[in-house]
Design a protein. Structure first.
Length: 390
């Protein structure tokens, strides 16, 4: 067997190869983090062995810098193993000389591979999980950006047309209100609009919900408004709405891609009642390889849903809050999933009611349900079995 160690960096990588006996088959060499560099690496690997079946490639998990190389090597049918930096660090400490260079690190990674009892090679399914993770996190960031913009828009409208929020019972953030404000951002603009045009605008944008009677009421309200006729605020209103609508379209694209990946892989997690493609995709993406977690308790801790411990002297707190460490995105997705599962599964509903009967708050009871859901998900993904609590 040939063991290849690759040290990852932003612009350039280093690689070397050792035989099973520790013989250096390929001295450390530098290759660029681009297509030409990847081809150079593959050509050298192919020169070592025919077909590449007896080559195992290892690299450390280092942010996103190695992702493109991993995808390239997997697509080229190489066996790739992503190592935990803790393992290579312990190997590095065993060296007599305290030396750390890119070239030396390639040997350390290769030697770490040699001492492995078993290997977990990166598959195309793992690449899909990486995509789900990045898409899920991008989705969360986009939602936060949109929320901030909606708060800003509300403050602008409060200054320009404060009466508007009471006219639309469902709030300002709906398509009909956005369509109105894009064309007429001030009450003066609304009051000067022709009644036929105003009624048509509201009816079309609300899919028939608002009729001519509401249009008349709105124009009267605009005529009596005490809002400021400020052109600067008008510009901010129209531009903020444009940004919100742009983020909406981006979210639609992200969720469509996540749905496509989830449908293609057909994970057993989708058999849990109440979990949809987006929530399921976020959970799978954050968990990654389920075999990283040897017990459901470790997965629970990774999500930050495990209870914190408070002990001092002879005192031991009986009730504590969740630790809220680990992956915030996974914790959010699990809490959201638990809320939906409680509504769709009798066993989880009974468990939730039991916690509420003990005097827990809604959020606390939901946290216990999320913990129960984690244990179910760990079992399902580990054994590849569908949901069944009967």
């Amino acid at each position: 067997m040939i063991y290849v160690g690759i040290d990852i960096a932003k612009l350039n990588h280093f690689a070397s190869a050792l035989s099973s006996d520790g013989e250096i088959l390929m001295e450390p060499f530098k290759f660029t983090n681009d297509g030409d560099g990847f081809q150079l690496l593959v050509s050298k690997l192919e020169a070592l062995s025919l077909g590449g079946d007896n080559i195992i490639i290892g690299l450390e998990s280092t942010a996103h810098y190695g992702d493109n190389l991993v995808r390239y090597l997997v697509a080229s049918n190489f066996k790739v193993c992503v190592l935990n930096p803790i393992k290579t660090s312990s190997m590095r400490k065993n060296n007599i000389r305290k030396t750390k260079t890119d070239k030396v690190d390639t040997y350390i990674i290769a030697k770490t591979l040699m001492l492995q009892d078993s290997f977990r090679f990166v598959s195309f399914y793992d690449l899909d999980l990486m995509d789900l993770k990045t898409l899920g996190r991008f989705r969360q960031k986009t939602i936060k950006q949109r929320t901030r913009l909606k708060i800003q828009l509300t403050s602008y409208v409060d200054q320009v047309f404060p009466e508007l929020q009471y006219f639309f019972k469902s709030g300002l953030h709906q398509k009909s209100v956005y369509a109105l404000l894009k064309e007429a951002p001030t009450p003066q603009d609304i009051a000067s609009m022709h009644m036929t045009h105003l009624a048509h605008l509201l009816e079309v944008s609300s899919h028939g919900h608002f009729k001519k009677e509401q249009a008349k009421e709105l124009r009267v309200l605009a005529q009596k408004s005490v809002g400021a006729n400020d052109s600067a605020l008008s510009i901010q209103i129209t531009h903020t709405i444009a940004q919100i609508e742009l983020l909406d379209s981006q979210l639609d694209q992200v969720e469509a891609e996540m749905t496509e990946i989830m449908k293609f892989n057909d994970s057993v997690i989708m058999t849990i009642p109440g979990i949809g493609y987006i929530n399921g995709g976020m959970i799978l993406g954050e968990i990654g390889d389920i075999h990283r977690f040897s017990s459901p308790g470790k997965l629970l801790a990774y999500a930050g849903l495990d209870p914190s411990v408070y002990q001092s002297g002879n005192f031991q707190a009986r009730r504590t809050r969740m630790s809220k460490r680990g992956s915030r995105v996974l914790r959010y997705a699990l809490m959201n999933a638990a809320h939906n599962v409680v509504k769709n599964n009798a066993i989880f509903k009974d468990y939730y009611d039991k916690k509420m009967a003990e005097g827990r708050t809604h959020y606390n009871a939901l946290g216990h349900c999320a913990g129960k859901l984690v244990r179910v998900i760990w079992k399902m993904l580990t054994d590849d079995v569908e949901f069944n609590l009967e």
